[in-house]
Write a protein that binds this ligand. Structure first.
Ligand code: ATP
Ligand code: LTN
Length: 332
């Protein structure tokens, strides 16, 4: 990994990968991959902050590996790997937790939202979630972190922790920049367009990249819109319609204005039908490639093994430096 800058991102294998994950995150990974040395993680340790069925978590981890590749990431040039295969993440996370404040962690909106949603299991991992995310990013001296808008606060915290640490010990960590697209950084739920589309919600509220085409058409047909019939982008007053226009503009790679023009004079029925076809045609080749990859589990497994080693060797360099700086005794 030389010359090019480092790009890092991760997705939790905590559910079906959604169109929100794709538009907000993965499609930007694909856009940026050739300009950077990239690492893309299956953030399985993060997924444990919410109770998981063990067999499902395992299966989803390999599915996400295949999906990253099926969506267009080059498995040879990028390090696509599993977070739990690199013990340095948990190790650095401990150190960084000693440089993170209860107050700042308590202000994280994702913590507040997930505590409300999982009120029977507000575990300490949910609270320290952003510290582990900071460790992920800082271990690789990452320059750029493409994420959806919901992760902006976590990124700012990562920068704060890194700056705090550097302030005490010198230049140990690269301070990462976020890459958050403006318009399509937050795809909303189909059932409640005031909430973000999330893979841990009701399946009718999201489109999974692995949904059948009939399901995609059905879900979009039932997507919540509003009572007037105007098709225009106005997230405040018309969140449902605006969300559909965002999806269309992202997948067709056209501006919102162009999207509005494409539907001028049309009704909601037509809007939903046309968008369903755009989604289906976009997802079709991804599913074809995914199905092919999933037939060769040995290939995926070998890739994870090689990449775990590559990631470990980079991560260990940073960790060694950190251990030394904070004063942990090193065996000679
Ligand atoms: P969960 O519902 O389990 O919290 P999630 O669907 O929010 O999961 P993550 O694994 O937390 O997914 O997120 C992976 C990436 O996808 C992040 O960069 C996140 O910002 C982005 N992302 C998630 N949901 C959306 C969305 N609705 N719109 C845009 N980007 C999204
Ligand atoms: N917390 C992220 C997933 C994630 C991540 C990361 C993203 C885990 N580690 C490092 C960017 C960089 C989320 O999207 N919920």
């Amino acid at each position: 990994m030389e010359t090019k800058k480092i790009l890092y991102s991760g997705i939790q294998p905590s559910g079906a990968i959604t169109l929100g994950n794709y538009i907000g995150a993965i499609s930007n990974f694909v856009k940026l991959e050739s300009q950077y040395n990239c690492l893309f993680a299956m953030a399985d340790l993060h997924a444990l902050t919410v109770r998981q069925v063990p067999a499902d978590l395992r299966a989803r981890t390999i599915q996400l590996t295949a999906l990253y590749i099926a969506c267009g990431l080059n498995p040879e040039n990028n390090i696509i790997y599993c977070q739990s295969h690199v013990p340095q993440h948990a190790e650095l996370s401990w150190i960084l937790s000693c440089f993170s404040y209860m107050g700042e962690l308590g202000r994280m909106t994702q913590f507040k939202a997930k505590s409300e949603k999982n009120s029977e299991n507000i575990n300490a991992g949910l609270f320290t979630y952003p510290v582990l995310m900071a460790a992920d990013i800082l271990l690789y001296q990452s320059d750029l972190v493409p994420v959806g808008a919901d992760q902006k606060q976590h990124l700012e915290l990562t920068r704060d922790i890194a700056q705090r640490f550097n302030g005490i010990y010198g230049d140990v960590f690269t301070i990462p920049d976020g890459y958050i697209p403006k318009v399509t950084a937050k795809i909303m739920s189909l059932m409640d367009p005031l909430k973000k589309m999330s893979k841990s919600d009701d399946p009718d509220s999201y489109i999974s990249l692995l949904d059948s085409f009939d399901d995609i058409r059905r879900k979009l047909k039932r997507a919540v819109t509003d009572s007037d019939a105007d098709i225009r982008f106005d997230p405040e007053n018309k969140p449902g319609v605006s969300n559909l226009l965002s999806i269309y503009s992202a997948l067709k790679n056209v501006s919102i204005e162009e999207a509005e023009k494409d539907f001028s004079g049309k009704g909601y029925g037509e809007l939903k039908k046309d968008i369903a076809e755009v989604v289906v045609e976009h997802i079709r080749p991804i599913q074809e490639k995914y199905n092919m990859l999933m037939q060769d589990k040995a290939y995926l497994n070998d890739l994870l093994k090689t990449n775990a080693e590559k990631a470990q060797s980079i991560a260990q360099k940073t960790l060694r430096k950190v251990y030394k700086k904070v004063g942990l005794y090193q065996i000679k």
